[in-house]
Design a protein around this ligand. Structure first.
Ligand code: GLN
Length: 312
């Protein structure tokens, strides 16, 4: 019976994969050459159940940079280090209705709108504890690796490119530092943020990361506790309201799952108490989310009645 279920799940992933592989809408991110070089045809779908089994279709073992998919997981670390109130003294919890790199800050306080847009993620990164910049990043990498269930590493070429082309993020960080919402040194904090965006993952990795959130903080593959159930609840709330930037409302309406997109084409979604979904395909829509990733998640969610507000 166990074999049967896995065949059913895998064949459904294959159906969704085959249906969407001909969808060539969107464009690969081109703000740095390393991302523009990505093979636009890649497409992987991975689903990790809370029993630790991973079902896969397509290019689920190909590495890509995590980019903004890192944000909810680093937010979990800031919450564990500082507590909910201290984190949200410095970053809001409201969907911005704006693009990921928006410069909109709260009047008066200079607080960024939420931890999922770049400005808020830079502040969130600054709230991770560490004796030094190196130690802070080591703790971030360890947290991302614990969520994925394997030791992750940084793509140095992407990192170098992020650093040379990161003027907008630098501008955001200086604005927040001037306003007092970012209190750590600007360049060190940005270096850590660029590093966190340059960590390599696969669709399979992010499925396991999403499943760990869905499982209340215990990685279902390694069996290790990564964070608390309470932190997972906070993280999934922010993913549900803000994870898809200016597409967040429509996303919640149509897919109904807490999720986070990244500009390299990764998309993670968590179905609480059920599973994690990891999607990868580099062509992006106008909100910076993977076109095939969004379509695949919506088809899976609709087919299985997974909307978090679904009550039969
Ligand atoms: N490295 C990218 C940036 O900071 C991440 C943005 C994203 O994935 N949406 O601009």
């Amino acid at each position: 019976a166990r074999e049967k279920l896995s065949d059913i799940v895998t064949s459904f992933l294959d159906i969704v994969h085959d249906r969407l592989v001909s969808d060539r809408r969107g464009a690969v991110a081109d703000y740095i050459p390393q991302l523009a070089d990505a093979d636009p045809e890649l497409f992987g779908i991975a689903l990790c159940g809370l029993n630790g089994r991973v079902y896969e279709s397509g290019d689920t073992g190909v590495e890509f940079t995590i980019q903004s998919v890192s944000k909810p997981f680093v937010y979990s670390l800031a919450l564990d280090d500082q507590g909910l109130d201290a984190v949200h003294d410095r970053v809001g919890a409201e969907p911005s209705g704006e693009a990921f790199n928006s410069v909109k800050l709260e009047a008066g306080t200079g607080r960024p709108p939420n931890p999922m847009v770049n400005a808020g993620a830079i502040v969130t990164t600054s709230l991770v504890s560490g004796r030094s910049t190196e130690d802070r990043f080591a703790r971030i990498l360890a947290r991302l690796s614990a969520f994925a269930g394997r030791d992750l590493r940084v793509d140095d070429a992407v990192l170098a490119s992020e650093q040379t082309s990161g003027d907008r993020n630098r501008a955001l960080a200086y604005l927040m530092h001037g306003a007092g919402s970012l209190t750590t040194p600007v360049l060190d904090t940005l270096d850590t943020y660029f590093r966190q965006c340059s960590v390599l993952v696969t669709a399979r990795d992010i499925a396991v990361m999403g499943a760990t959130l869905a499982n209340g903080g215990v990685n279902p593959v390694t069996g290790r506790r990564v964070t608390s159930a309470e932190t997972c609840q906070h993280v999934m709330t922010i993913m549900a309201t803000c994870g898809m930037y200016d597409y967040a409302g429509e996303w919640l309406l149509r897919a109904g799952l807490p999720a986070k997109s990244g500009v390299a084409g990764g998309l993670v979604a968590s179905s609480p108490g059920e599973f994690g979904l990891g999607l990868f395909s580099p062509r992006l829509d106008s909100s910076g989310a993977s076109v095939r990733g969004v379509a695949a998640a919506q088809q899976l969610a609709t087919r299985f009645g997974l909307h978090v507000l679904h009550r039969p």
